[in-house]
Write a protein that binds this ligand. Structure first.
Ligand SMILES: [Fe+2]
Ligand SMILES: [Fe+2]
Length: 290
């Protein structure tokens, strides 16, 4: 570490928690506000997580043997543990989609081909670590947003507990891939900017393609009003993702570091609750209603 930045967000450590027991099978089909578009946005994210997280782990592992700082070495270990647990619980969540007719295995096989045969098979290791740090930044700024009480207010309590647990841990480990890129792989600004530009196209593109597929299965497409209303909810002037634009752009600043942004105080309540009783649903309910 160069001493300029705290290794984890101030006041936070990376806690390697076992995936919390949640009754995933009980989550209804349209679990978010009984709304297909809102539900399928988060379902699409969930479909991207298990393979994406395996990719992130592989890209950070490429440099693991070169890490000399014991603090960063420990963070990488905890990062790998957390991402592994996320993959496990999101796999259970995605298995639920199979019963709805979603070809989950085919979708995941295609993602593996793109990420492991395509990206990792053809691109330099330093660049794929750049892709990982970029994706982790997008995940972290969404995670900060998703821990706002107003976001999941009308969502199913089990599904939102899954996303809240995941969001808290994404915030805890948000700087790990970035720090390995910067201090160990010596990835510079050009790597960071180029990989972020690419991920900013390919990640939303995959979300849209998956949503299109899922909403067609639901029979709500090809109604153009569905995309129109959904776009407003997601990207409109008071949309879900609109407040993230500034934090997104910060990534292109020369002196950017993930721990310099985001309100981490908000997730403290969740962490304290979970540490006390280990019930993700209760911790989420109490945090959202705080
Ligand atoms: Fe994750
Ligand atoms: Fe992550």
């Amino acid at each position: 570490m160069d001493g300029l930045h705290a290794p984890t967000p101030p006041g936070l450590g990376i806690v390697p928690r076992k995936a919390p027991p949640l009754d995933i099978a009980a989550i209804p089909r349209f679990w978010f506000d009984n709304d297909p578009f809102k539900t399928r946005f988060f379902d699409a994210l969930s479909l991207l997580f298990p393979e994406g997280e395996k990719f992130f782990i592989a890209c950070v592992r490429d440099y693991r043997a070169n890490i000399t700082d014991p603090a960063l070495q420990q963070q990488v270990k905890d990062f790998i543990y957390q991402e592994g647990q996320h993959g496990a619980l999101h796999t259970a969540f995605n298995d639920r989609l199979k019963a709805q007719g979603v070809q989950v295995d085919r979708i995941l096989a295609r993602q593996r081909k793109i990420m492991f045969d395509g990206f990792r098979g053809k691109l330099p290791r330093r660049y794929t670590l750049g892709q990982t740090a970029a994706a982790e930044h997008l995940t972290a700024i969404m995670a900060h947003r998703f821990t706002h009480a107003d976001v999941f207010g009308r969502a199913d309590p089990i599904a939102r507990a899954l996303f809240a647990w995941h969001a808290v841990e994404e915030i805890e480990h948000k700087a790990v891939a970035f720090d390995v890129l910067r201090t160990v792989a010596k990835g510079g600004w050009l790597n960071r900017a180029a990989s972020m530009l690419q991920v900013s196209v390919t990640f939303p593109l995959h979300v849209v393609l998956l949503m299109n597929h899922l909403l067609k299965l639901d029979g709500v497409l090809p109604d153009p009003q569905v995309w129109k209303d959904g776009r407003q909810w997601l990207l409109g002037s008071d949309g879900l993702l609109r407040p993230l634009l500034g934090e997104y752009l910060q990534y292109y600043r020369f002196g950017f570091h993930p721990n310099d942004q985001g309100d981490v105080a908000r997730i403290q309540r969740w962490r304290e609750e979970f540490a006390a009783h280990g019930d993700a649903r209760l911790a989420t309910d109490r945090t959202l209603h705080a």
